[in-house]
Write a protein that binds this ligand. Structure first.
Ligand SMILES: Cc1cc2nc3c(=O)[nH]c(=O)nc-3n(C[C@H](O)[C@H](O)[C@H](O)COP(=O)(O)OP(=O)(O)OC[C@H]3O[C@@H](n4cnc5c(N)ncnc54)[C@H](O)[C@@H]3O)c2cc1C
Length: 326
């Protein structure tokens, strides 16, 4: 039976949270379609994380280690992953739906001539073929996609699967990789740690999103104050990022980031399908919009029809009073 290969990013001797979610997805896929769960670890020194991959359900852990893999570089990581794929011939390859996974998955699928599924949130089979559930129409519907060919490469929707320990053998197996620095067509010049805002969007329990209705970059300060009081993060619609009011990395939606907070407060955002696609997994959506007909109110559990300038500062003050924080 073909294996399920899970690409798990590593953080020191641990599997990164995104990798733990992918391993949880791998176990769910194995439950539906059978086959062993195999972890793929790529980096300069990743053997230390093999035991952690085993604790999260990997019966085997394939290690592609090379000094050139010290920092993430897509061309080199793809070559390493191809070597791992050759070693196990998986039926299904799973990636996190983060910036690495969204780059690696389609490129690897192309190299392998494989099918590609984006943001899988469930697995099954139909007449022996692998089947996937994914959100469609901005979360208004769930589509079942049946792969017509194998292998299948899929990204896993963030937070669709909760990491849990499920001890398995975690047998580490080094995979020889031949890499040349010539292969790398890009070079990392420097890393900049983004402050606040976009940095924490995927893990934040509370996210405040700002849209064109804010009228300018200055107004995002109000959202930052509210986010601080709620210990949350600030994101934005594409209209706001396209206008240059906030960094592009803050964009939430179909072509931005997918978030799953407990609470999403959309301020001055109309609720276009492409925006809602990124917030459909939020537990509660609150909308502040001065147009009572705005589509955002169709998906919000709570709506305030008013000018945000009349609402946000008062809300922040009230939350500070109640929590004594911020
Ligand atoms: C292929 C494609 C991909 C896309 N991907 C994304 C994506 O990933 N993310 C995304 O967000 N968009 C995306 N878009 C764009 C999307 O279609 C919308 O254009 C965009 O989301 C609109 O942003 P907005 O809601 O901020 O602006 P608008 O639609 O202009 O809405 C502004 C809202 O603010 C309200 N408002 C105005 N003034 C105030 C005030 N003072 N107080 C309160 N409310 C006020 C208005 O009533 C209005 O509802 C994509 C589009 C395409 C074609």
């Amino acid at each position: 039976m073909g294996s399920i290969l899970c690409y798990a990013p590593v953080a020191g001797d641990r599997i990164a949270r995104s990798g733990e979610e992918v391993l949880a997805a791998g176990r769910a896929a194995a439950g539906a379609a059978g086959g062993p769960v195999v972890a793929a670890l790529v980096g300069a020194r990743v053997a230390g994380a093999a035991a952690a991959a085993g604790r999260h359900g990997a019966s085997r852990v394939l290690l592609a280690e090379d000094a050139l893999l010290e920092t993430y570089q897509a061309d080199l990581y793809l070559t390493a992953l191809q070597a791992i794929v050759q070693a196990v011939s998986p039926r299904l390859l799973l990636f996190p739906s983060d910036s690495q996974g969204r780059e690696l998955a389609p490129r690897l699928a192309h190299r392998l001539g494989a099918a590609l599924i984006a943001e899988a949130q469930g697995f099954g089979t139909r007449d022996g073929r692998l089947a996937f559930t994914c959100q469609a129409y901005g979360g208004k519907a769930v589509a079942t996609l049946v792969a017509q060919t194998e292998p299948v490469v899929a990204t896993v929707r963030p937070k669709a699967f909760s990491p849990a320990e499920a001890p398995a053998a975690g047998e580490p197996t080094p995979v020889p990789v031949t890499l040349s620095s010539q292969e790398a067509r890009t070079r990392l010049l420097r890393k900049v740690q983004e402050e606040g805002g976009g940095a924490d969007l995927e893990v934040a329990k509370v996210v405040i999103g700002g849209g064109r209705g804010l009228g300018g970059a200055e107004a995002f300060r109000l959202l930052e104050e509210l986010a601080k009081a709620l210990r949350g993060a600030v994101g934005a619609s594409r209209a706001a990022t396209d206008a240059g009011w906030v960094p592009t990395s803050w964009q939430i939606g179909q072509t931005g980031r997918s978030i799953s907070p407990d609470l999403y407060i959309a301020v001055g955002i109309s609720g276009a399908t492409q925006h809602i696609a990124g917030v459909a997994s939020a537990k509660t959506i609150v909308a502040v919009n001065r147009d009572a007909e705005a589509p955002i109110f169709k998906v919000a559990q709570l709506g305030i029809v008013d000018d945000y300038r009349a609402i946000i500062p008062r809300l922040t003050t009230k939350i500070r009073e109640v929590t004594g924080k911020g």
